[in-house]
Design a protein around this ligand. Sequence first.
Ligand SMILES: [Zn+2]
Ligand SMILES: [Zn+2]
Length: 338
Amino acid sequence: MLRDRREANQPFSGTRGAGDKAPSCAEFRARCGWRVVFSSRERLKRREQRAEQRAVLVAPLQALLKNAFCVLFPSDCRLCRTPLNNISRVPVCTECLAAIQPVRAPQCVVCGDRLVSAQLLVGDGRCSNCRDYEPEFARALSFGEYEGGLRGLIHLLKYEGVRPVAPVLGDMLARTIAELLPSCEGSTPWIVPVPLHKGKRSDRGFNQAELIARAAMKRMPQRLELATGALIRRRATISQVGLTREQRIANVRDAFRVRDRHGVRGRTVIVVDDVMTTGTTLSECARVLKQAGAERVLAATVARAFHLAPHEAAVQAGFGSHVPAEEETHEAGVPASV
Ligand SMILES: [Zn+2]
Ligand SMILES: [Zn+2]
């Protein structure tokens, strides 16, 4: 209730004598010259009060439903194993999801690998790998490091078929693609997921890169074209893990073919995948796309397996082609590439 004081120089004195009667509301208003004005602030206050009352009534009901859900469908977070108390199709707790953060380390301006301290001091922003062997893509960017919760989420989708995880990863990919758009130099890029060989796709039931890319497209502020059929994998490749650089290049050489050569010609393309490990696969995709006439090829992935752990990066100035041990154990012997 807003009170509008008309006579500012005649304020109401709140002091009364012992025999005085308390003034009625009307007398009070008459004596002090105050006018009661019902304003939007009054309505807002009442609305807030009603909302508070509703919250008091509904909150226990929500808690009851949550508890009933947990009793009827008990499950643990698939990453940290604590009991889930939220109703979600993603079987991961909010703490684990919140712990997944974007990369903050200094990165190579071309491939996005973590830079070692010596490269930061004397380099041109490129890692030693990119200086020695320039990749075919102009730039590659990833959302986060392929470790911890992010690696767990990707594995849930890729190896356990938990498809509701795809939108979570898609959100991360969308943010990475958005960061790459200024590098597209004004053109609207095609988004091309790295294809799986048809045998592998049939075994898995889906191509994780395509699922994540579809989810990412729904989250982009502007409309981009997802060209899933532009590139095909014409032969299966063995795991890249444990191979030398030359062996990796030979392994993926001519494994891809551009099906839509007409569509690709003169276009900027962003190749997308779930994980970038050595970058050889993405580089080969970029090579064939450019050969087919693509103007510029960039790459975006949800996760990046850095060659060196932070403490190694601090002490080592050069590195080879180390791939995380976990990836070695998981993919070893699988007759298709990551
Ligand atoms: Zn958890
Ligand atoms: Zn690099």
